[in-house]
Design a protein around this ligand. Structure first.
Ligand code: MG
Length: 316
């Protein structure tokens, strides 16, 4: 039925950063540690824990300098890897001081969103990236890059994928080890996703690409399936579907990690994640933010996973 699917996929968990930054209430340091502990316990191997932006820019994540050192004790045999958003050299210094070995840089494929999100033009963001990467690398820190609004911009509408590809090529050439392509407002549909991935993989090896899909209009998993068929093997998600984008009006909901993992396991694709523990982590996330979260699989509950008839397992 499917031409080619990966045997194994890496899930890059963004809820502590991309989720909590959008919450009205500031979550306590202890609750953040509890959430990350639950995610690590469920087997997530890559967790974006926070953001080293200016403290008054995102008050929800102002405790980054204290949080990251607290997470070190959750690491066993080098897993999970913790990472954080870093917008500039000052942020890099803070990430380094906190002990991170990996950071993420973010920019948009549309000028207006990039300006609202980072207060810079695309050219200026690329210049900052070029300044940041050599300093990070010399400190032994890997850099992942986000390219947001690729499927559509809340301010400009359609985004030119050819222009976006030029940005991605520059991010790769400067030294991003992976580029996470973002449907920031969750507007993408499968044929568009296929066109974007075919275009991008004509210039950038597909194993350097990840996908960061939002489920705003219910199309995230359909787009992920197209990504898998195109050879993408790293997918961003947030437990419970926490988060959206504060600078993208109408955007709500990262793809829920448990929804993603349910589908992957059901198709026989390994993730190394314990789905029942992940569902418990989603319940904990709801408790922490004090509201119900949109992820579907945790709402359906874990009971059905124990029934043989519907147990997700290898495709035979
Ligand atoms: Mg997101």
């Amino acid at each position: 039925m499917f031409s080619s699917l990966p045997r194994r996929v890496s899930v890059y968990e963004v809820s502590p950063r991309d989720g909590l930054q959008n919450e009205k209430n500031v979550v306590s340091l202890e609750a953040k540690v509890d959430l990350v502990r639950a995610l690590a316990g469920a087997g997530l191997a890559k967790i974006e824990a926070t953001s080293f932006v200016a403290k008054d820019w995102i008050p929800q994540l102002a405790d980054a300098d204290e949080l990251v050192p607290r997470l070190a004790s959750l690491e066993k045999d080098g897993s999970p890897t913790f990472t954080a958003l870093v917008p500039n050299l000052r942020g890099l210094e803070r990430a380094k001081a906190a002990g991170l070995r990996e950071i993420a840089f973010f920019m948009s494929a549309s000028e207006t969103h990039n300006h609202k999100n980072t207060n810079k033009s695309i050219a200026d963001s690329l210049a900052v990236f070029a300044e940041l990467v050599p300093v990070a690398k010399s400190a032994g820190i890997r850099v992942r890059a986000y390219l947001s609004t690729l499927w559509g911009c809340p301010y400009e509408g359609a985004v030119d994928p050819h222009r976006a590809l030029e940005i991605a090529v520059e991010l790769r050439d400067v030294g991003a080890y992976r580029i996470s392509l973002g449907d920031t407002i969750g507007c993408g549909t499968p044929a568009q996703t296929d066109a974007i991935l075919r275009l991008f993989s004509s210039r950038i090896p597909v194993d350097l690409l990840a996908m960061h899909m939002h489920d705003t209009r219910g199309t995230a998993l359909a787009n992920v399936l197209v990504g898998l068929e195109n050879g993408v093997t790293e997918l961003d998600a947030a437990v419970g579907g926490l988060g959206g984008c504060p600078y993208a009006p109408g955007a709500a909901g990262n793809l829920a990690t448990e929804d993603l993992v349910y589908m992957l396991h059901g198709m026989g694709i390994e993730t190394g994640i314990d789905l029942e523990k992940l569902i418990s982590a989603a319940s904990l996330a709801e408790k922490i933010v004090g509201r119900s979260l949109p992820g579907k699989v945790h709402q359906a509950g874990a009971d059905i996973l124990r029934r043989a008839a519907v147990r997700p397992g290898p495709q035979t």
